[in-house]
Ligand binder design. Structure first.
Ligand code: ZN
Length: 293
């Protein structure tokens, strides 16, 4: 089993200083859409799909004015999962399973590029996306992104635990993939845990946005991202509690590598490790404590 870290795509949000902490207040920043491509004996598995080819082809219709203005998505299909699969020499038709952390427009856009895949989703997130209950939910969920009729497979809690968190088994067998409910950012937001040898990789989705939020001693966040997270949360108390628990997990369990969906610093760390690995032919373990850069 092999895990590839890709960004699909890299966004250019307003204000590098407010988002990244440096680079100029009036210059655009850098934000990745960190997705995982897992090669397993049961075909390819995607964790999150970022923006898809239809989104970059028609961003106005698919993403809306606000997202385009604030986030600055590229128009290049090479920067979607489809483009990244081609770059990796993998076949788009081999994608069998998709496990989204949640269905916000910057995570579900690629679903329509893989209509044959089974989409494993936490039931409360599916319910929220199918019946948005507020103006914010109507803005963040874009029905056009699933108008092709995905093969949803809804998952609910079943009493399993994972390092003290609730765990919901999405896949077992060729690959072990768990949904870890971390509600707060959205009604059914989850992390996705992927077993890697003796350890685990946890894609924490939008549970946090900046690598320093996971610093066990002095967690901090840039001003723009702190405000955005507070505004975007459907339950901010729950969102903050999740961050405390994730920090403790990262501090106490070095065998779990945690990363968020949008932090470029974390993404670069994984990409760098992958380069070293492919140059040496030896698997490289990335630094397990993402808060300490
Ligand atoms: Zn997001």
């Amino acid at each position: 089993m092999r895990v590839h870290h890709i960004t699909a795509p890299t966004l250019c949000p307003l204000s590098a200083t407010l988002v990244n902490g440096a680079g100029g207040l009036f210059r655009r920043g850098r934000m990745v859409c960190h997705c995982l491509v897992i090669e397993s004996d049961d075909g390819l598995i995607l964790v999150d799909t970022g923006l898809g080819t239809a989104d970059v082809a028609d961003p106005k219709k698919r993403l809306g004015t606000w997202f385009n203005t604030i986030m600055g998505p590229p128009r290049d299909p090479a920067e979607t999962v489809v483009g990244e699969l081609a770059r990796l020499g993998l076949r788009r038709e081999d994608v069998r399973h998709i496990v989204p952390t949640h269905l916000d427009l910057d995570h579900a856009g690629g679903l329509s590029d893989f209509p044959e895949a089974t989409v494993h989703i936490f039931a409360p997130e599916h319910a929220a996306a199918m019946a948005p209950a507020s103006a914010m939910e109507r803005a963040r969920y874009r029905a056009v992104q699933w108008s092709h009729g995905p093969r949803w497979l809804l998952h609910d809690r079943a009493g399993e635990t994972w390092f003290g968190f609730d765990g919901v088994r999405a896949l077992s067998g060729a690959a072990e993939v768990l949904l870890i409910p971390l509600e707060g950012h959205t009604r059914g937001h989850c992390g996705v845990a992927v077993r890697q040898g003796a350890g685990w990789l946890l894609h924490a989705g939008d549970a946090y946005f900046h690598h320093r939020e996971m610093d066990p001693e002095h967690p901090t966040c840039t001003r723009g991202l702190a405000i955005f997270q507070r505004i975007a949360a459907v339950d901010d108390t729950q969102r903050r509690q999740n961050q405390v628990r994730l920090r403790e997990l990262g501090r106490d369990h070095k065998e779990v590598q945690i990363h968020s969906a949008h932090c470029p610093v974390e993404f670069d760390r994984f990409a760098e490790a992958a380069q070293v690995e492919s140059a040496s032919g030896m698997p490289v373990k990335t630094t397990p404590a993402p808060g300490l850069l």
